[in-house]
Design a protein around this ligand. Structure first.
Ligand SMILES: [Zn+2]
Length: 174
């Protein structure tokens, strides 16, 4: 029999043992966790799980807002309108026919798209490390430091020197 104690002791939180997604669209459409590609993103139809049940990734970073709805509407709108126009022009049915055909088709298509679209956006957010705007103080500190050091002129001098040197070598192109 396998050593239960050893395998439990071997478990840790490291990301290294998981295969992060390289294709956030595909992983998202499948509703999988972007960090391990094994756990599930969703707890309900559209509600996210609090965290991945496999690798423990906290999903609280995820904030696709109305993105899924926007994409679903944008994708469905043209075919739905096309269908409604075709139905109307081809058969000239009474308007209530649209209530039984165009309307459920449109709503159904949007609902079907919402979940994969939300998965895609959440995985993309993880993949691209997208988050609310914040100020990178380290970057600012580095910038200020380097500006003080060079005094802003060193860069120009270097470019001038390089140009002169190139001109001196001359005739590469005859
Ligand atoms: Zn995971």
């Amino acid at each position: 029999m396998s050593k239960q104690g050893a395998s439990e002791a071997g478990q840790n939180e490291s990301v290294g043992e998981f295969q992060e997604t390289t294709n956030p669209a595909l992983t998202g459409l499948q509703g999988r966790c972007p960090r391990c590609q094994k756990g599930h993103l969703f707890a309900g139809f559209l509600s996210l799980a609090p965290r991945c049940e496999v690798c423990g990734l906290d999903y609280s970073f995820a904030d696709p807002a109305d993105g899924p709805a926007f994409f679903a509407m944008s994708i469905v709108a043209f075919p739905a309108l096309g269908f409604a126009l075709w139905l109307q022009l081809a058969y000239e049915p009474p308007y209530w026919v649209h209530l039984l055909t165009t309307l459920p088709l449109t709503v159904g298509a949007c609902l079907l798209l919402l979940r994969p679209l939300k998965g895609w956006l959440v995985c993309s957010q993880y993949f691209h490390k997208a988050a609310e705007g914040s100020i990178d103080w380290d970057w600012h500190a580095d910038l200020t430091r380097s500006q003080n050091k060079t005094g802003g002129r060193a860069g120009d001098a270097k470019v001038e020197a390089t140009t002169t040197h190139r001109g001196g070598e001359g005739s590469e192109k005859a």
